[in-house]
Write a protein that binds this ligand. Structure first.
Ligand code: SF4
Length: 675
């Protein structure tokens, strides 16, 4: 008999596609997008179309593995769960006795973005032990900090309302590749008369498909936004009524914008003053105007400032008044605010005063000779930090420490897992139960397990129950069932969850939050600041300058960060690791299109195929982020070149503030000769 099970993708992606899995004889036969979902419309992406091949991949870890070779060699032997758990518990008990619980660092992020599989029982277990607590704000928190400084929240309009927009600015986001289900919404708006503008230093697929591509130098977006304000003020395009009623700081904004004439901004951004004037005028006079930023800006050291500055624009023009106007970055905080997340994670169990560490600095912590207590054990789940963290060489050096006891829970022996003492088998999304809040739309989804976990793999929640038991813990809250936690989360009493029950999600797969039909969050003010008014405090922020080419490492089609690089088909489609650079930059370095080149800086180096292009500005280079391995076969990926550089909100990392040199077969070209 064949059954169909409803589920949802849990990858770190705004779209949270709903899917249908057909199952017969206990095996998943097909996995396709649910055509009835109003936002994701039956489409998955190039990665997830092959999801079942990943589930049934020959290299999947199905049993606990214990290291038997040197760290990094990836040599393991199968052991029983009992053996593995007993050893992990004994080692952790020993470490706690000798160095304290802070010598253990649980390390995870968004390998699955489900409510309980991402963060629930692990939080309770490690929090109550008093281990070092990880600050996981390497990405989105930069944007949230910037938007919150202006609006008191990172919240924006409903993405589906973008069909009402008439001037759509995709600011630092490659929508077609990384947020593909928003693209039909944008195309529908365009069909109704909207103009689509992309702001990106690289001519991405989305930029090529837009009506207008504006290419500022990386991280100069604050100067561009201030020059827009300059023009808007000079030409009397301010919505004074809106600003007067719903904003503070107008005088500050006027003072700052005065300093950024289009001519001055042209020198900073590399965009002609005429183009800045035209863009500012059209933005202010075409309503509803919508700014859609996403990942690009937050990967700069001045990322929070850029968001804070750009957030002034829809206030100044009163764009928030209009349906489809304003700004939209993420729906994640809004979705989470409807659920009782506190009941799931139980932060009250955390031992007070436990040490915290920013995930960006993993390599520094692991290699620090002075850290007290040192990190003696690392527990990695939902994460592959050797690929996704900056300063890969330092992370690798830390993972290679013989005195570090590392446990990794994953579907594959990832780059990080090769350094583990134990690799524990993780269940995939089609084997787990969860609720998946989306950060790209307003539908709350339930993911139901379609098949039993393969081999001896277990979900994250089950892993933490097993670890708690092995550690001799007996508190009932460490063993709460998945269903119980999900029911508790839904019982928040939030009006937008009215009528959205566990049973309904089970039956329907997804339900739209019960927001008002015409929902304009800030049409009448109501910003989440102390007095309900937006704070106008724009600035350009410090733009990092360096020698060589500024390296942008954008997300891509075939890998999701480090995931899917185990799959040959995806490797084949992704092709060799490439670096794209401008023809003038190539000429000055004597590089030819198609040759293998060394890309290097003070952090490390790798080999890539050179692609000379007119789609990228002079002084900028672009490489894919994630699992694309060195073109010469070394075990490095692009983060071997990125620094762990603190962003201006203190929590993120300036991934895009790396500078590199590129040299051909002829060898190293001194940086001075490349300027
Ligand atoms: S990765 Fe994103 S686009 Fe792809 S299936 Fe998952 S949610 Fe959809």
């Amino acid at each position: 008999m064949t059954t169909t099970i409803r589920g949802a993708c849990g990858h770190d992606c705004p779209d949270t596609c709903s899917w249908l899995v057909t199952v017969s004889d206990g095996k998943a036969q097909t996995l396709v997008g649910d055509p009835a979902h109003p936002f994701t419309r039956g489409g998955l992406c190039a990665k997830v179309n092959d999801y079942l091949d990943r589930v049934y991949h020959k290299d999947r870890v199905l049993y606990p593995l214990r290291r038997k070779g040197p760290k990094g060699a990836g040599e393991f032997e199968r052991v029983s769960w009992d053996e593995a758990l007993a050893d992990v518990a004994a080692r952790w008990n020993q470490i706690v006795a000798s160095d304290g619980a802070e010598a253990i660092l649980p390390y995870s992020l968004a390998g699955t973005q489900g409510l309980i599989q991402m963060a629930s029982l692990g939080e309770r277990l490690f929090g109550s032990m008093g281990t070092t607590r990880l600050i996981r704000d390497i990405c989105g928190e930069v944007a949230v900090a910037g938007l919150s400084a202006a609006n008191g929240t990172g919240m924006g309009i409903d993405p589906e309302d973008i069909v009402h927009s008439r001037f759509i600015v995709l600011w630092g986001t490659n929508t077609i590749v990384t947020n593909l289900h928003l693209w039909p919404v944008i195309l529908e708006a365009r069909r109704r008369g909207a103009k689509v503008i992309v702001i990106d230093p690289v001519r991405t697929r989305t930029a090529a498909a837009a009506d207008w591509h504006i290419a500022p130098k990386p991280a100069s977006d604050g100067a561009l936004a201030l020059a827009m304000m300059h023009v808007i003020l000079r030409e009397g395009l301010v919505d004074h009524d809106y600003v007067q009623q719903y904003a503070n700081g107008f005088e500050t904004l006027v003072d700052r914008a005065r300093e950024y004439s289009p001519e001055r901004a042209a020198g900073i951004t590399g965009i002609d003053a005429d183009e800045i004037e035209k863009f500012a005028r059209e933005y202010a006079t075409t309503q509803p105007s919508l700014i859609r930023p996403l990942i690009g800006l937050e990967h700069h050291r001045n990322g929070a400032t850029l968001f804070r500055t750009i957030a002034c624009l829809p206030v100044l023009t009163g764009a928030w008044r209009h349906r489809g106007g304003g700004l939209q970055r993420s729906t994640g905080a809004l979705q989470y605010s409807t659920l009782d997340v506190g009941r799931v994670r139980m932060p009250e169990l955390n031992k007070p005063g436990a040490r915290t560490m920013n995930m960006r600095d993993l390599g520094r912590y692991l290699c620090s000779p002075t850290l007290a207590p040192p990190i003696r054990s690392l527990m990695v789940y939902n994460c592959n930090p050797l690929v996704t963290n900056p300063n890969q060489n330092l992370v690798r050096r830390g993972l290679a420490r013989e005195d570090l006891f590392t446990v990794v829970h994953d579907l594959f022996v990832t780059e990080t897992a090769r350094y583990a003492d134990y690799v524990l088998p993780a269940a995939s999304q089609v084997e787990c139960l969860d609720i998946v809040p989306a950060w790209g739309h307003h539908y709350l989804s339930m993911n139901q397990p379609a098949i039993a976990p393969l081999g001896e793999s277990v979900s994250n929640t089950e892993l933490f129950r097993m670890l708690a038991r092995a550690l001799g813990r007996t508190e009932p809250w460490l063993f709460e069932s998945d269903e119980s936690m999900l029911r508790a989360a839904l019982a928040s009493g939030h009006p937008w969850l009215d009528g959205i029950t566990y049973e309904r999600l089970q039956a329907e797969g997804y339900v739209r939050l019960r927001q008002p039909e015409d929902w304009r969050p800030f049409a009448l003010g109501g910003f989440q600041t102390p007095d309900g008014k937006a704070i106008l405090d724009p600035a350009a922020g410090e733009i990092i300058k360096g020698d060589g080419l500024q390296l942008i490492t954008g997300k891509q089609l075939h890998f999701l960060n480090g995931s899917y690089n185990q799959m040959e088909r995806h490797q084949r489609r992704a092709g060799e690791l490439e670096i794209e650079l401008n023809s003038e930059d190539a000429a000055v370095r004597g590089l030819r299109d198609g040759e293998l080149v060394r890309v290097h800086n003070e952090f490390g180096s790798l080999t890539a195929r050179c692609r000379i292009s007119t789609a990228i500005a002079r002084g900028v280079a672009s490489m894919p982020f994630g699992g694309n391995a060195d073109a010469a076969g070394a075990s490095t990926t692009v983060n071997v070149l990125t620094p762990e550089m603190e962003t201006d909100n203190g929590e993120g990392s300036g991934f895009y503030d790396a500078f590199v040199e590129v040299s051909g077969a002829g060898g190293w070209m001194p940086q001075a000769a490349c300027k």
